[in-house]
Design a protein around this ligand. Structure first.
Ligand code: ZN
Length: 247
């Protein structure tokens, strides 16, 4: 059996406590719904974390054991500490996977990891068509050439991200806007996936294709089994290589 992957679903978890509409849709938080469908995959060991938990949900002993961190934040990005942001970025550079969902485009960790401000334009909730641009990629496995979300928040280009290493999904919105809805980045030893659906008043996290994409992304973003430890330093290798040649 494949190794259990430690997955943390981090949610700001404030809209669900203050807005009736969101509470009705996600009574235990949208992160609980994400955990519920990820739990169907027995190779995943999924836990929840929230901004108002001790250590903002990610004490060192949890973060250091995390293989893939899923992030949903919106109105309280600024409340995430700079210290935690840097720890997350450093963990990604050493191999931890990071998946930013929806308004996570503006989260401190996502911006720190990818290196741009992640700005975009946005508008009213409306119908969205998501096109599969890369059927050969592991994250698009099981996804048809397109699928429709009846109501999602309009996100529009220009989206100020670095040129993605792989662009998996393109979105069309009924007001005529387009958006790079799913994009992969490699940062150091880590893999990063941004995925646009998931506004707090919409039902996208109940869509079977959205669920498949997030589950596939967890497996894709998991650290590779390297057989050696990746550390935050530049080791001096000359002696080691010389030793191997002289055997
Ligand atoms: Zn939103």
């Amino acid at each position: 059996m494949a190794k259990q992957l430690n997955v943390v679903v981090w949610n700001e978890f404030r809209h669900e406590k203050t807005k009736e509409e969101v509470k009705a849709l996600y009574p235990n938080g949208l992160h609980a719904v994400i955990k519920e469908f990820l739990d169907e995959d027995t190779t995943l060991n999924v836990r929840l974390a929230a901004l108002d938990d001790p250590d903002q949900g990610l004490p060192d002993e949890v973060l250091n054991q995390t293989d893939v961190l899923i992030w949903w934040g919106h109105k309280s990005h600024k409340d995430v500490s700079d210290e935690l942001t840097q720890k997350i970025r450093d963990r990604v550079f050493l191999g931890m996977g990071f998946i930013a969902l929806h308004s996570g485009h503006h989260s401190k960790p996502f911006r720190a990891i990818i290196g741009t401000n992640g700005n975009l334009s946005w508008g009213r909730n409306q119908k969205e068509v998501i096109w599969n641009l890369m059927p050969s990629h592991p994250i698009t496995k099981g996804i048809p050439d397109h699928f429709i979300l009846e109501s999602e928040e309009l996100y529009s280009e220009p989206f100020y991200i670095p040129q993605p290493d792989a662009l998996l999904f393109g979105a069309w919105f009924e007001d005529g806007h387009i958006f790079r809805a799913g994009a992969c980045f490699h940062r150091g030893a880590g893999k990063v996936f941004y995925f646009q659906p998931g506004h707090e008043t919409c039902r996208s996290f109940f869509n079977p294709y959205v669920r498949t994409i997030i589950r596939n992304a967890v497996h894709w973003a998991a650290p590779n089994e390297t057989g050696y430890e990746i550390t935050d330093e530049c080791p001096h290798l000359l002696d080691k290589v010389t030793d191997e040649f002289s055997k």
